[in-house]
Design a protein around this ligand. Structure first.
Ligand SMILES: Cc1cc2nc3c(=O)[nH]c(=O)nc-3n(C[C@H](O)[C@H](O)[C@H](O)COP(=O)(O)OP(=O)(O)OC[C@H]3O[C@@H](n4cnc5c(N)ncnc54)[C@H](O)[C@@H]3O)c2cc1C
Length: 496
């Protein structure tokens, strides 16, 4: 029977990213995918600086940016496309060290991920192969796959369900999806410009009460349109080409663009109540779904697997007990739920502005696209209200041997301590943990970080301990650094 360290069900962007993060640690990874070739439909279109840091761990961030568009403005507009509210989207690198709103073309992104996977000796991909059964055992998971109508058994230490919204793994584990109260049908259209017609470089949420819609200007003339399916609509009629061209007419027509596809999606807002059962995990759309208004569905899945990969490595290296996997849902669930809720609230803003167009009273509450992702609620030391602890560490540019280098190139995938001071002598136990986890110490000098991205941190703390997924574990004064390091033992169930 074939044996793997990790089996991943689903070769979408989340499963693909997980495989690359794990292959980096030299584990034997199997991807099981029932389809053949990358999904041809462009669903996800937006990624952010935090995800680019994850892609950068396998040298893909620059390629994603080179094949993207960065929009300059986000509007909520009236039906005539006149802005009601505008948010300026910076196209500069942010404190994450990368731009924060990068529009890509999903089939292309998936092909980039697949090129990386094909060149990895540690990843085996079985396409046209369906996961049909699995069972937790004392030493891993028994997996049954079906290829060309033939069932084969194999063994894996862990199984990851990155198998999308209708996840077979989630259903077989009888995991309930909590409905967060958003179920709407939207018509999603992708088109491509054939001529430059000076279309504005922007995202518009069109608050048209008779049909709310979204327009996004993607990369190399790719255009995304989304229109709400209204209660009186006949679905066949609105999917017809003539109806669609009429909907697109404020922006494009047949003389300057090609229609790639149009499909009706039901957008849900939901989250799985359990994310893990013994050696089996779910991540990505299998664990949560949200409407696309914030462009964060895939990103939430990418964050899930970045949270998991280094824990798998600690566990396989016998540096922690299996209990570390309890931290996965504890850290990710509320963060993902916030993202679903924030996405929903953008949908509600569109509805609110539509109501205002009809003369009803509406004042938007709270931020929309400028809302900052929250901290993770656990897996940290100290006070998360500082918006440093439990958040990704900003990425400064360092000057090493007269070369400029991004912080992640030095610290990603390792526990690290970052400081502008020298590391003091540690307590014996902290020293033991420092060595056991091969913690990297990086001293920031006055030659580094000319953009002052770490200023907020050093205004408050002498040292910050950073997790391998680049989230800040905790900050402290010089005299407390041994305590913070010692606390890693309980937080991550370390075996010393
Ligand atoms: C219109 C639209 C716009 C969106 N815009 C954005 C955006 O801008 N930004 C963003 O971050 N997200 C966006 N999203 C969400 C994003 O597309 C999804 O979150 C993302 O594709 C989910 O990735 P995944 O890898 O979890 O699942 P999927 O991409 O669905 O992949 C799951 C894979 O598992 C395979 N599979 C399932 N069951 C089995 C089985 N039993 N055996 C073998 N294989 C199996 C499937 O064939 C599939 O290939 C959007 C979604 C839509 C619909």
């Amino acid at each position: 029977m074939e044996k793997f360290d990790v089996a991943i069900c689903g070769y979408g962007p989340v499963g693909a990213t997980l495989s690359l993060l794990l292959a980096k640690y030299n584990y034997k990874v199997l991807i099981i995918e029932k389809n053949q070739g990358p999904c041809k439909t462009a669903r996800a279109i937006n990624t952010d600086g935090e995800q680019l840091r994850i892609f950068d761990q396998f040298n893909l961030a620059e390629k994603v940016i080179a094949n993207s568009n960065q929009i300059e403005k986000v509007h909520f507009s009236n039906k005539d496309l006149e802005p009601i509210q505008t948010i300026i989207a910076s196209i500069e690198d942010t404190e994450m060290g990368w731009p924060n709103q990068v529009l890509f073309y999903q089939p292309e992104l998936e092909s980039f991920l697949r090129e990386k996977i094909q060149s990895s000796e540690n990843i085996e991909v079985k396409e046209s192969t369906e996961l049909v059964d699995f069972k937790n055992t004392s030493d891993g998971v028994d997996v049954v796959i079906n290829e060309k109508n033939q069932n084969t058994k194999l063994k894996s230490k862990l199984l990851f369900g990155c198998d999308g919204a209708s996840s077979f793994i989630r259903k077989k584990l009888d995991i309930n999806l909590e409905d967060l109260g958003y179920n709407q049908k939207w018509l999603v259209c992708d088109a491509h410009l054939t001529k430059d017609i000076g279309l504005k470089n922007e995202l518009v949420q069109v608050c048209n009460p008779s049909r709310p819609g979204t327009f996004l200007h993607g990369r190399r003339g790719h255009l995304r349109f989304e229109f709400r399916v209204m209660p009186d609509d006949d679905e066949e009629t609105i999917k017809s080409e003539s109806f669609i061209w009429e909907l697109l007419s404020p922006w494009i027509n047949k003389d300057n663009a090609l229609l790639e596809r149009a499909a009706i999606y039901t957008f849900h807002a939901c989250i799985a109540e359990r994310w893990n059962e013994d050696n089996i995990f779910i991540a990505g759309d299998a664990a949560h779904q949200m409407p696309p208004f914030m462009g964060a569905g895939m990103g939430t899945g990418i964050r899930d697997v970045s949270n998991l990969a280094w824990k798998v490595d600690l566990f396989f290296n016998n540096k922690c007990s299996k209990e570390i996997f309890k931290t996965y849902q504890n850290e990710r669930y509320l963060h993902a739920k916030w993202t679903v809720a924030q996405t929903k609230s953008i949908g509600e803003m569109i509805e609110g502005f539509c109501a205002a167009e009809e003369g009803k009273e509406y004042t938007p509450e709270g931020p929309s696209y400028e809302a900052k992702f929250p901290h993770i609620p656990e897996g940290v030391y100290g006070d998360t209200s500082d918006m440093i602890t439990g958040c990704p560490i900003p990425q400064p540019i360092l000057n090493r041997e007269r070369k400029l280098i991004k912080l992640d190139r030095i610290i990603a995938s390792k526990f690290s301590i970052i400081s502008n001071k020298a590391l003091p002598k540690l307590s014996p136990k902290a020293e033991l943990i420092f060595k056991r986890l091969s913690i990297h110490f990086e001293r920031i000098t006055s030659n580094d970080d000319k953009e002052s991205r770490l200023k907020n941190i050093f205004d408050k703390y002498d040292f910050v301990v950073v997790r391998p997924d680049l989230y800040v574990y905790g900050g402290c004064e010089l005299e407390n650094i041994s305590n913070v390091i010692e606390s890693l033992e309980d937080t991550f169930f370390l075996k010393l």
